[in-house]
Design a protein around this ligand. Structure first.
Ligand code: PEP
Ligand code: MN
Length: 348
């Protein structure tokens, strides 16, 4: 059930609808939009009678939802959600760039990388303290000591920190030290972890599972939102296919598919999506051109010495060039869409 409020509905009318939903034993989620607020109803097993809400003051419409998802949907919020991450935003008019090493290895490595990230003008810094490695014998990350180093990076460089949590302990730690909790591909369908992350008040970067369909991806986001955390950013990072020329197959077609159905921002990870340094730049360009709200890029001052994912890491020089190029593609697209809007206005 989706309850659309009239454009001038007051706070108390919205509150009244939320109280009515609660009294019926369900949960209400109010998402304010540019022109009106819509309220999603969750917790119902069967159909809910719209008659409960239709005649309440301030209600424009009560609509039954036939899709499997409710809160991620554009029906609830037609315009793109702009998610605040630390002191910056993802989903707004500016292209969001998250850059940094795969794993936190040392203070020196972080500082050297952060100098480049700041120079580029990016506002978000990445670096894993908890690493989901295929082999139990591979470097597993620096844990909480690494997170504390990220805090110093934020203090010194003013960058907002995006870092992965692999379990509930990690969610608590990243909530404490970071600005955005990354849920990795391998945990996209760890439903208890999604629910736990949904109870935090830090934004969540949700990476697509390596065999997840569009619906499974969106429903994973729905799990987080159903718990009351509406600040979810989606990330396409490549899926497993028969192709073996790249580490994964970056499925860029999911960007317009998500943009058609959901108000959530979506970014692209051409680093894990390809696994090869020489492929990162072309796929970063393509990700922006296909309409992503941002990119997440692995950068290492000395890729040959990286403890994790060195083959896909950009050098600082390559990364600076990459950001310069994709920024220009993004700007050209904004001009293009403004022209299209103007054309449509002229025709109308
Ligand atoms: C990462 O971003 O460091 C990572 C492990 O990504 P993914 O979950 O997409 O493999
Ligand atoms: Mn990595």
């Amino acid at each position: 059930m989706l309850i659309v409020m009239k454009s001038g509905a007051s706070e108390s009318e919205i509150e009244n609808v939320l109280e009515t939903i609660e009294a019926l034993g369900y949960r209400g989620h109010a998402l304010p939009g540019e022109n009106r607020t819509a309220i999603g109803l969750t917790g119902n097993r069967g159909a809910v009678d719209p008659a409960h809400f239709e005649n309440l003051p301030g209600v424009a419409q009560a609509i039954r939802v036939t899709q499997p998802y409710k809160l991620i949907s554009k029906d609830l919020r037609p315009e793109k959600s702009v998610i605040k991450v630390g002191n910056a935003e993802i989903g707004g008019s500016e292209l969001a760039m998250i850059a940094g090493p795969c794993a936190i290895e040392s203070r020196e490595q972080l500082i050297e990388t952060a100098e480049t990230v700041v120079e580029s003008g990016a506002k978000f810094f990445r670096g894993g303290a908890y690493k989901p490695r295929t082999s139990p014998y591979a470097f597993q990350g620096m844990g909480e000591d690494g997170l504390k180093m990220l805090v110093d990076i934020r203090d010194q460089f003013g960058l907002n920190i995006v870092t992965e949590a692999m379990d509930e302990h990690g969610v608590d730690a990243v909530e404490k030290y970071g600005d955005c909790i990354q849920i990795g591909a391998r945990n996209m369908q760890n439903f208890s972890l999604l629910k736990y992350a949904g109870k935090t008040r830090k934004p969540i970067l949700l990476k697509r599972g390596m065999s997840a369909t569009l619906d499974e991806f969106l429903l994973a986001a729905e799990y987080i939102m159903a718990e009351g955390n509406y600040d979810v950013i989606l990330c396409e990072r490549g899926i497993r296919t028969f192709a073996d020329h790249a580490r994964n197959t970056l499925d860029l077609s999911i960007v317009p598919a998500v943009n058609r159905l959901s108000h959530l921002p979506i970014i692209v990870d051409p680093s894990h999506g390809t696994g090869h340094n020489y492929m990162v730049m072309p796929l970063a360009r393509a990700g922006v051109a296909v309409g992503a709200d941002g990119l997440i890029i692995e950068v290492h001052p000395h890729p040959e010495r990286a403890l994790c994912d060195g083959a896909q890491a950009m050098t600082p020089v390559q990364y600076l060039e990459l950001f310069d190029e994709v920024r220009r593609i993004h700007a050209a697209m904004a001009v293009g869409s403004q022209r299209n809007e103007e054309k449509l206005l002229t025709v109308a």
